[in-house]
Design a binder for this molecule. Sequence first.
Ligand code: HEM
Ligand code: HEM
Length: 483
Amino acid sequence: MMMKRLPALPLVWATLTTLLLRTTTASSSPSIAALAQRDDDDSKNASSAFVHSTVYGNITFAVSTVTQTGDLYFHLEAPADNSWVAVGSGKEMKGSLMWVVYKSEDEKGITLSPRTATGHVEPSYERDIPCNLDDTEGARPTGIVDRNGKSYFIVNALCHNVNNRASFKRSLARREADDLDSDGILNFDNDKQNFIFACGPTDRHLHDDSKEVGIRRHTLYGGFTMDLKSATVESSIDAQKALAAFDTGAWQMKNAQLVSGPEKDRDWSSGIHSLLMCGTFVILFPIGVVFLRLLEKVMWHAIMQGIGVVFIVIGVGLGIYVGREYNQSRTVRSAHQILGLTIAALTLLQFGLGLTHHLIYRRTQKPTLLGKIHLYLGPCVLAGGALNGFLGFRFSGGSYHNIMYGAIVAVIFIVLAGLLVWTARRKKTRGRRKAGGEAYEGFAHRGADTGYAGRDHIPLRSVPSEEPPPYEAARGVQPRNMV
Ligand code: HEM
Ligand code: HEM
């Protein structure tokens, strides 16, 4: 009996409540659809969004904040053609809390690296900044998404009690002395909170799971303000809902405006450094060798190598200057920098040796030990300098340049070696034919040339030796010392 009566009770109860609900909703409250609509509108209104279009696609940064907890939720969409994209608090790099995003190692996910910078230098990862990808229930997914043929970083992240981080407190304590940008501290009541954004270069391929990985200087940066007051909600659920209220790609500018930039930016010092250094070791110095060995123009050789030395000094200066911008090079301890400094010092030494030998020779007309060292050190310096170029490209994260650079180095050095061998043979043959005649293969009649200083056509000796080879003497040729 009981079994039969039981289902009837809930049925009666359901009918009664439905009737009751219908009458009450019809008379005094909005419909369920209207409630859902209002809920949706509330969510849509509970965020602020900055949208900026770049040639690679839109950058969208939307936030929703929970005042009670100090939590900040943000949604970031940005073109993944850029090696990295970042948004930070405040008006400038110094003192800003930056959220730097790039591809994860497998290039499917995102690495979010919260960083701070002390100025116009690479920001460093701050372990105690409580910002992470939002993987809590209800959060929308994060990853790399293709849209309209373009690839985008899609990031949903959460900063717990965002201003309460040890590093910021430390910075605040030092603020007066340090002149910290106080705008870097987020104020949820601020209707014009300053933010900055920046995009990394597109010619570097960055994919890493490490939050500490080195990033290259931006190619674009700017600043915007955002109304955080309007983006305040009651709870985390509301914040997540607010950021899920729009589909990716459908966000519009809301309670925000661009206030500075966008500025295009380029790290010229790095490019000029590589141009001067590689250009000198791979092109200028080899041309100087050609002047000496093939054309026997000592003065041109000296001038060319002198220009090269000036370029090397400027290049090293730029290397030290650009090194200060990046975390990996700030303290000069990489193989590239140490080898580079050694090679640069040897280049100066090489120039000094050549010059001193020249001056002594002018007086004595005799070969010198310095000249001998100059002769053997030259090829080592050239090869070491060219080799360091490979390390340089690797060091700056541009290893892919090494294929082109390697091809150029190979062609130039093979051609140079070929020319030297050819010249040596030609001079030898010519020298044999003209034995007793003019200068050949670096050996000349003593009487035929009286001092080369100030002349362009200067006979040279290709083999450094104090004494001439005996067979030459047999032909009546007097050896002439090398210049
Ligand atoms: C390797 C990393 C970085 C380096 C070496 C670097 C370097 C620089 C330099 C040298 C300037 C001055 C440019 C000029 O005067 O024309 C600058 C400005 C700027 N950078 Fe960076 N930056 C880096 C990363 C970032 C990141 C991650 C952001 C994040 C949003 C950012 C945002 C800005 C902004 C907004 C400016 C203009 C405002 C200011 O002067 O601070 N930078 N940066
Ligand atoms: C034989 C001498 C050298 C050669 C041939 C050379 C060449 C290069 C090259 C090709 C690059 C890559 C640049 C780029 O990708 O844009 C580079 C990067 C670099 N070099 Fe050198 N370099 C030499 C010496 C030095 C010295 C003496 C220093 C400083 C002590 C130095 C510091 C740097 C730094 C810091 C970078 C990285 C810059 C960046 O990340 O943009 N280099 N070098």
